[in-house]
Write a protein that binds this ligand. Structure first.
Ligand SMILES: CC(C)(COP(=O)(O)OP(=O)(O)OC[C@H]1O[C@@H](n2cnc3c(N)ncnc32)[C@H](O)[C@@H]1OP(=O)(O)O)[C@@H](O)C(=O)NCCC(=O)NCCS
Length: 188
């Protein structure tokens, strides 16, 4: 069910167990985890990425319930730089993180567009929902830049504590219209 994807700058490779080694170095940083759900332990135990990939994520991919990709720059495909994922859930269908050196260049916005296409066109789901901390400006901005709507506000427990949270949504029809809108060539 899962397959490699690409964008103009990125290769999205279906997650493999060997990706845990790079993720162990790139993921456990406060600036990356602070707005993730409190299910992520902090301090982050060594070896948890490997056991999580082996015991939780790869089996969920095999069951057809989740889809995870490592992100790589086309210009240096040997290096994992982040991860993006989709999952079957009523309120939480997409997650992502990018290593600190690669943030702020529009890369995750590209990756989001690629996995949105996969969610709606390959998998055929009618709607995609993504929760996020209201304080997570970068993630909110990605939702805004990819045509999502804010549908609910609530409170959730994050690694950095309990915070106002938001749920963003986009339907398949809205995503297709967003991609082909007349102003698509204009900066958002
Ligand atoms: C969220 C994350 C993946 C964004 O990746 P990225 O590749 O840097 O994102 P992009 O460059 O595609 O877009 C980010 C947007 O937010 C903006 N932004 C980032 N930090 C910001 C800040 N502190 N204040 C205001 N805007 C900010 C960027 O300028 C950009 O908007 P623009 O294109 O209008 O300039 C990255 O910050 C990350 O890994 N964060 C930690 C994990 C996380 O929070 N995941 C999401 C959980 S919901």
């Amino acid at each position: 069910m899962i397959r490699p994807l690409q964008t103009s700058r990125l290769l999205l490779r279906p997650l493999q167990l060997e990706d845990a080694e790079a993720a162990e170095r790139l993921f456990p940083h406060w600036e990356i985890v602070k707005y993730l759900t409190s299910a992520v332990p902090w301090p982050f135990p060594q070896g948890l990425v490997l056991s999580n990939y082996r015991d939780v994520i790869l089996p969920a991919i095999a069951r057809g319930e989740q889809w995870h990709w490592s992100l790589r720059l086309k210009e240096s495909p040997a290096q994992m730089i982040g991860k993006i994922s989709l999952q079957i859930d009523e309120w939480d269908n997409r997650g992502y993180w990018l290593g600190l050196p690669w943030q702020g260049c529009g890369l995750m916005t590209e990756a989001v567009a690629a996995v949105n296409d996969f969610w709606f066109d390959d998998l055929g789901f009618p709607v995609l929902r993504a929760p996020k901390a209201a304080a997570n400006i970068a993630s909110r901005r990605i939702s805004q830049k990819t045509g999502m709507r804010l549908i609910a506000t609530l409170e959730r427990d994050y690694v950095c504590g309990r915070l106002p949270a938001e749920i963003w949504e986009i339907t398949a029809g809205e995503w297709r219209a967003w991609k082909t809108r007349p102003a698509a060539r204009e900066p958002v």
